[in-house]
Design a binder for this molecule. Sequence first.
Ligand code: GDP
Length: 738
Amino acid sequence: PKYKHVEDILRIMRNIEQVRNIGIIAHVDHGKTTTSDALLAHAGILSPKLAGEARALDYLDVEQQRGITVKAANVSLYHEYKGKPYVINLIDTPGHVDFSGKVTRSLRVLDGAILVVDAVEGVMTQTETVLRQALEEYVRPLLFINKVDRLIKELKLSPQEVQQRIVQIIKEVNERILTFAPDKEFAKKWLLDPAKGHVALGSAKDKWGITIPMAEEKGIKFSYFVEAYAKGDKAAIEELFKKAPLHETLLDMVVRWVPNPREAQKYRVPRLWKGDINSELGKAMVNADPDGPLVVFINDMRLDPHTKRLVATGRVWAGTATAGKEVWLVNAQKPNKILQVSIYMGPDREIVDYVTAGNIVAMLGLDDARAGETVVDIKYKDQAAPFEQLHYVSEPVVTVAIEPKNPRDLPKLIEALRTLSIEDPNLKVTINQETGEYLLSGMGMLHIEIALTQLKEVYGLEVKVSPPVITYRETVRSPGEKVEGKSPNKHNKLYITVEPLEKEVIELIQKGEISEDQDPKQRAKILREKAGWDAETARRIWAIDENYNIFIDKTVGVQHLREVKDTILGGWRIAMKEGPLAKEPVRGVKVILWDAVIHEDPAHRGPAQIYPAVRNAVYASMLTDRPTLLEPLQKLDIRVPSEYIGAVMGVINKHRGKILEVNDMGGQARIIAVIPVAESFDLPMELRSVTAGRAFWGTEFYGWAPVPDQLLPELIAKIRQRKGLPPNPPKAEDFLSL
Ligand code: GDP
């Protein structure tokens, strides 16, 4: 590793052409960690703090190095190309599919990605997923074909066959680039051309790699490394590392082919940022102007383990980050103040005076930010807009209760859970008020298991875990009757219907195109044009909640209604939190208030009167609406040898699954299926057993679907019993007879 002064690094960072922001993406096991380690071990920048330990870092054992790659949000590398110095920010992109939200957030701060593909396995499910995600974020992909030693040692391929295999993999990746690039212009421009040096091949384990131009320049032939491995010639392999060290090859490739931040922002800002690119803020972002207003996108929030303070890491898109600057958090809608600014020196942070546009910054003081936040100079609050709302449709659907094995660890557990949920916003931590249990919710059992592993390995906590509980949603399938909801004192009456919310509207909310705190006129226009709502209904939205429920006021001239608006909405939010069937959250309904009688004396129309009136009307109408439960679904993407297609389909069908696609690619097959999360817990075991362990798969949250009618009564009874409720759900009359 090279020792550099902070001032040197800052100077390079100011010259934006000398900066690159990249990530490494790969299917699990294809060699992402080994490749990152090779880059780190030989091309790190050391902060003065670490310089004294330089020798130690040089020989860090693998475990320690892994610690660094996993723990740091960003690692800045120093690299010289044709005599010119560069700073290359290597941003950690979590590989796990269950973390898709996190992947998108980290991709947003990159301009290029090295896709690592195992030469023997070729393009796999996650290769495809991560490549698609990168392209959707306008991140330019480059390719590293890893583990070529396996082609020779395990498959005993000849130099010619090795070459054919490489060509085949490049072809497969290029086909995906053509399919997934959202813009044909980019698809063509970003096709991988090995002759130009867009592709490296080698072995991360043996730390060497070459591109065609480099091999020609250095006179390295295919037959050279093929023979070296065929003969097990250690000296010849060591020679490869000396002639074509992997870190140099990959970093040269990055400098040469990944656009610098200014080039990249020209096309990325108009496509990824939601604001007006002709505003002062927009122009500064498109030009990555260091003298413009500050804009930072936060991709990572974590607690500094030593100081216990929150560190926000993100990319500066415009302006210059300095301590003392007042900023506006666009999503949180709050002001914050930057208290400290630092850069990454290797994996370590070093406090600096400023960080300019195009670079990665770590900041203290932004305690109200979460990963995914857009931070803007407070003076430009009016022009502020988030980066395209991060479209995670993923919702936490599986919950476990956890308690420490040793009761004295409880404070430590609470602290650890708080940290985990800050670092991964897709994990939710709640307390069961009645039992005092700590509940951890995630997107699937895989997701929860990763959190549990962290509790154990990072925090040294032994915990007891309850069996997983699945979260359902309640909804209605047809418009219900108009019903009267009375307050307990009978002085207030609300006339309400509940209807299913159209799918188009749910999608508009998911995409962030319509939201509660949006200009009502603009919102009405979108609802008219894109969802076919009539003008009157579209204009009269009072509220939209996080579960895609809308409250609409269609009353005319009701006295005192304004005064109780907030109380009515308070009652509505409570009713939406716990539906009538099983006290599960309500999802996707339109609650319409048609008429009301409100008592003139405020003493008779407080929450104790209004809340029950709203709840009674909403529940009664829902119960006339063919109410049902929605269950979470999971998408499975399975690869198996073709002879197991039938066996895999059998398992899927047995678990109420639906096959979406079977693609037999001669020998290898890909099966895409959807299955209820409730049916997924034994799946890994069953798939392994029917395929003799030859199946690989990834999972993703897919959405919600009504529970089949024949399963509904039993499921409702089961959930109600778990919650200590009588097994039979109430009837509409129960809420009308007051
Ligand atoms: P990740 O899951 O993508 O981070 O993959 P890792 O870097 O952990 O690598 C997975 C496995 O592949 C490990 O056992 C590595 O030692 C092994 N591996 C990585 N690179 C090579 C290589 O070039 N050749 C061979 N034969 N194995 C490798």
